[in-house]
Design a protein around this ligand. Structure first.
Ligand code: ADP
Length: 359
């Protein structure tokens, strides 16, 4: 059982750089939380404060309700897996996994049981007598996780554990972490700059920008109802397209195109009649239709889908990327016409999503 509570946490480094502002999060027992955001947004700093590797400047950190804000790292009962897995080259996989328990002078029978159990979970049973150099990058990362598992910590912390692996191995190891989480049912915090890792791994995502939490929610909530333009553009690949439009009766009028609003959309935008807003449309929500004329710049076939890059409203207009089903062979300067089958609306000044309701 392990819950974490981060309450109004700030981090101000000695050079007066504030890396984290008022971070609030209650992590449930067994939950896998992914902190995601661009480089420098404060993810690692937050994780390192939880681990006890950085002081917490303001605020409180509770583990199972107990205040551990100022507890030393070694007393926190947490294990951290880093991107560089730093195994001991002269030791076998077994010895590497047993190392922390051997240091603690645990009973050798207990150590043996724990190492075998962890190796079983990680599919490393047949590798235990090998040296790290004989293993693949993915297997070495699993050994690094094994070292954490044998300690049976309350909380697992992962700092970009996959960023040293190539694309194929990254996918495979990501699925292993997901399985591991299901088997161990342990509380985990995981840091990545990769939105795909966040969407595929997380029970809940914390999306950060410039030290501030932008949104906390399930992957589907962040994908389907992004709180603001930052989250909308960070989650989803290729990123969402954005257009400046004016709300005019039952229509949105943009540069070189008009789209009509459903009655629900009109209701959502009631407070914005006659005003400019930002319209967001995901590439996968664009289909061929009759509303939005565009000029193709590039056609990228991906197999099942094609990314069609185009300008809306002539060559000086807004760039748009559509993810069309199947295989298309558009050439540069071809004209196409799109329809948007799902729209997101954002306040132009605050960048906050418009959900309507409050008239
Ligand atoms: P992320 O993990 O999201 O890439 P970090 O938490 O590493 O971001 O960094 C957040 C901000 O804090 C950055 O502006 C970074 O330059 C700054 N920072 C990180 N570590 C230190 C440090 N030891 N001293 C001063 N500033 C730091």
């Amino acid at each position: 059982m392990a819950t974490l509570s981060l309450q109004h946490i700030d981090k101000i480094y000695d050079n007066n750089v504030q890396a984290v502002y008022d971070f609030n999060l209650d992590v449930k027992d067994g939950e896998l939380i992914v902190l995601v955001g661009p480089s420098g947004c404060g993810k690692s700093t937050t994780l390192r404060m939880v681990a006890g590797l950085e002081d917490i400047s303001n605020g409180k950190l509770l583990l199972d309700g107990k205040d551990i804000t100022n507890a030393p790292a070694k007393d926190r009962d947490m294990a951290m897996v880093f991107q560089s897995y730093a195994l001991y080259g002269h030791m076998t996989i077994y010895e590497n996994m047993a190392f922390s328990l051997t240091l603690r002078k645990e009973n050798p029978n207990v150590i043996h049981k724990k190492v075998l159990a962890a190796a079983e979970v990680l599919g490393l049973t047949s590798q235990l007598n090998k040296k790290p150099a004989q293993l693949s990058g993915g297997q070495r990362q699993r050994v690094a996780m094994g070292r954490s598992i044998v300690r049976n910590p309350k909380v697992f912390l992962f700092d970009e554990p996959l960023s040293n692996l190539d694309a194929k191995l990254r996918g495979a190891t990501r699925r292993e972490i997901l399985l591991l989480h299901k088997r161990l049912q342990a509380t985990m915090m995981y840091v990545t700059h990769d939105q795909t890792e966040a969407l595929t791994l997380a029970d809940r995502i914390v999306c950060m920008s410039m030290g501030h939490v932008q949104q906390v929610g399930t992957p589907l909530e962040l994908y389907d109802s992004p709180a603001n333009i930052f989250v909308a553009s960070f989650i989803g690949l290729p990123p969402m397209n954005f257009f400046d439009v004016t709300v005019s009766g039952e229509k949105l009028i943009g540069e070189g195109f008009e789209v009509s609003l459903t009655p629900e959309e009109k209701h959502t935008l009631a407070a914005y009649q006659g005003k400019q807003i930002v319209l967001g449309v995901r590439p996968e929500n664009i289909v061929l239709g009759n509303d939005v004329p565009a000029t193709v710049t590039m056609n990228e076939n991906l197999g099942m889908n094609t990314l069609v890059h185009a300008y809306v409203g002539g060559n000086t207009g807004v760039k748009v990327t559509a993810k069309l089903k199947g295989w298309t062979d558009y050439k540069a300067d071809d004209t196409v016409s799109f329809t948007f089958d799902r729209k997101h609306f954002f306040d132009k000044e605050t960048t906050v999503a418009i959900h309507g309701g409050e008239l």
